[in-house]
Design a protein around this ligand. Structure first.
Ligand code: AHR
Length: 339
């Protein structure tokens, strides 16, 4: 009797295992080589993928936090190839050095989807979903021009706290803003890498204060976390910033905490970088699964947020084409709905 029970239990276990195995086999496996965890934006981006690529939705997501290290990111992609995943998602820390590993993905027959930042030295991927960072930088410059005119500010002396060197996010925002600065004859006193972190923003701002105290009236931080660090440094040095301050403070990302500071007037303007790419990536994957050809370039919808209701819209010229977009004054509802 006991022996029979053991046999039945073993058969049940085997049945259960084979059901699980076939259920697992039905899942689409995805390897995601994420940049790291440097910012609120990054947390929202990771969450977006983890919310969409769940087992309930039919996916098995292998997630690697590459801690802002390019060698780790390349290794993560090679491990995904080794595991023979169905798709690889890459948010490239830097924009170059990709062709070799993307060729390996291609040879292994694994489609790659790039999100957020761009890859500049290879086109061996199925699609890219992200933001136009140059447009963000241009918008920041055009807003500053219009804002300064509206406020009667004649001289613009800028300090820029850049994002990670070599990342397309930093390159685009730097180039876009520099184009307007050059056209308007503004002085960019300095432009250094704050690595998209709060600590980086604070350290760079502290060293800027030592070198340029009394010489600057604009600080451009290339993400919210750097702005929080810059605010700490300026507060500690007794420098006022924001809508009622001596220094105009501008940021990018527009995550919840960033928008709270726009609403309170500590940050004058915040140019959104939308991290919720995963639903669009899923669409690409489903199209590939169905044998269809997906859109190869998908831009995220983004807003430009301000505190004061003094300018209605900004026009930027991208690739010779004028694009007008409204400026949005931050409200409680906007903050509550943000990521
Ligand atoms: O690539 C997007 C940028 O990277 C975001 O602006 C920043 O917060 C993140 O770390």
């Amino acid at each position: 009797m006991k022996k029979n029970l053991v046999v039945i239990a073993a058969m049940a276990a085997a049945l259960c295992m084979s059901v699980t195995a076939s259920a697992d086999e039905d899942l689409i496996t995805i390897g995601f080589a994420q940049v790291g965890h440097e910012s609120d934006w990054r947390t929202a981006s990771t969450q977006s993928c983890q919310d969409v690529f769940t087992e309930e939705n039919g996916y098995d997501l292998q997630f690697v936090d590459c801690d802002n290290d390019s060698a780790t990111q390349l290794e993560a992609v090679r491990n995904f190839i080794e595991q023979d995943v169905d798709y690889i998602i890459i948010d490239p820390i830097v924009s170059t050095g990709w062709d070799e590993v993307l060729t390996e993905c291609e040879d292994a027959g694994i489609p790659v989807i790039v999100i957020d930042r761009t890859i500049d030295d290879s086109d061996k991927y199925a699609a890219w979903v992200g933001s136009n960072f140059t447009t963000e930088g241009l918008a920041c410059g055009e807003w500053l021009k219009a804002y300064a005119e509206a406020k009667g500010i004649e001289e613009i002396n800028v300090l820029v706290i850049e994002g990670t060197t070599g990342s397309s996010a930093a390159i685009g925002r730097t180039d876009g803003f520099a184009e307007i600065a050059e056209r308007e004859g503004w002085t960019i006193l300095d432009s250094q890498d704050g690595d998209f972190t709060q600590t980086g923003g604070q350290e760079i701002m502290e060293s800027y204060i030592k070198s340029y105290e009394g010489q600057f009236n604009v600080v451009i931080c290339q993400n919210d976390n750097e702005a929080f660090g810059a605010m700490d440094a300026m507060t500690a040095a007794g420098i006022s910033y924001g809508v009622d301050g001596d220094v105009i403070l501008v940021s990018f990302d527009a995550c919840t905490a960033g928008l709270e500071y726009v609403q309170s007037g500590d940050i004058n303007a915040d140019f959104e970088c939308n991290p919720l790419a995963a639903p669009f990536v899923e669409e690409v994957i489903q199209q590939l699964e169905a044998g269809e050809t997906p859109e190869t370039v998908v831009y995220m919808e983004e807003h430009w947020y301000v505190n004061e209701d003094i300018l209605e819209s900004i026009t930027v010229t991208v690739d010779g084409e004028e694009q007008e977009q409204a400026l949005t004054v931050v409200t409680d509802e906007i903050v509550e709905a943000q990521y």
